[in-house]
Design a protein around this ligand. Sequence first.
Ligand SMILES: Nc1nc2c(c(=O)[nH]1)N[C@H]1C(S)=C(S)[C@@H](COP(=O)(O)O)O[C@H]1N2
Ligand SMILES: [Mo]
Length: 416
Amino acid sequence: MSDAERDLAEHSELSRRFFLRCGAALAASSAAFTHAADSLPPELAPALEKLESYFTPQDKFGDVSRGTPVPHSLPLAKRKEAGLTRETWRLDIVSDPENPATLEKQFTRKDNTAIDFDTLLKLGVRNAVRFPKVMTCLNIGCPLGMGIWEGVPLRTLVWLTRPKENLRRVFYYGFHNDDPKQRFRSSLPVGRVLEDYDDLPPVIVCYKLNGEWLTPERGAPVRIVVPEHYGYKSVKWLTHVVLSNLSHANDTYGTQNNDVDSPIKTFAATLHAPDTAKANAPIPVTGYAQGGISGLSKVQVWVSPAGKGWAEDDPYFTTAPWTDATILEPPRKWGGELPGDAVPKDTMGFDAAGKPKVWPMRLAKAHWAALLPGLPAGAYALRCRTIDAKGQAQPMPRPFKKGGRCEIETVKFNVE
Ligand SMILES: Nc1nc2c(c(=O)[nH]1)N[C@H]1C(S)=C(S)[C@@H](COP(=O)(O)O)O[C@H]1N2
Ligand SMILES: [Mo]
């Protein structure tokens, strides 16, 4: 089995279905980018019309949820009983019995003091935030979806316990059929929960996506969302927050050889690339780039004759004749089933008119296009890569797969 196959096999049947849907979502998309791309060569128009929408409708997200059965597949009566509806949801916030933090107060179902959904929404009146973020699984090469996530900063809930000392880590988990073996846990240093350094949005206890309540599949009624991290930190069907004096990460994902301290990487991939192209006619190509923690400044492409090797001491093709693709402007239509197709008021990173303050956005997707010059008949390899905002070419500075997929994509095609 190849590494890619093994990764795939590690995931559920659901993720296999997701891969099939990746292509389907593209075919079903609307011409969101045509206006913004008016200045591009007309040969690109048909490919631009087929681009996916910028934001992803909740039910078009990829799903890699664990659980037998997966919690969102439970019938409504069961979900009610499990606290997976807005009316029945309860959140315990407790000290870790094994590494106790010193708290003045704890909130538990047992004592009938657990936080309910109304209380969460009341805290949201003054504290709620929303921000755009791409949801990507560390183990999968293509993002699961792009959304605007809304909720209450996790620290607002942490402060309710009036912590005094011995608090170094916050971990949290969600409903998994009351089976400790199925529990999916993630964690953060308390410093990250309490403070938003490097201009990051807060870690949130999230209840809305793209302006609507979370759907069961996206983690309803409440999930964690961590802006700068891969999906495994954003635990769904949240039931427990545990305040701990542990000094290191204790994520479920860490037990599977993943690097759980690596934030989202910058990388590019194609969406529309040719299987076969006509000789000596320009070739339209489109794709997306994920802006990681180090931002995104450029997307580049390079076509070379297939099968020809490259210098062994240059595994990342740094000396190849790459050329710049065009990063598309913000789309005319946002998609994602946003009410009125408008970015909700006060979304972080957007101005009062609902326009992004900077573009491309960090920790988000952008789309790109390139018109490759005509080629003589033959077999070719198309590659694309990003340059991040610090000038680092993909896959550097963190090329390791278990810190987030970012290998340079290769698409083979023929010219006839
Ligand atoms: N409770 C729970 N939360 C979870 C998971 C899970 O299996 N159970 N999977 C995680 C992983 S590995 C990813 S990549 C994201 C995916 O989020 P999405 O389903 O909204 O796309 O959810 C995360 N949250
Ligand atoms: Mo994941």
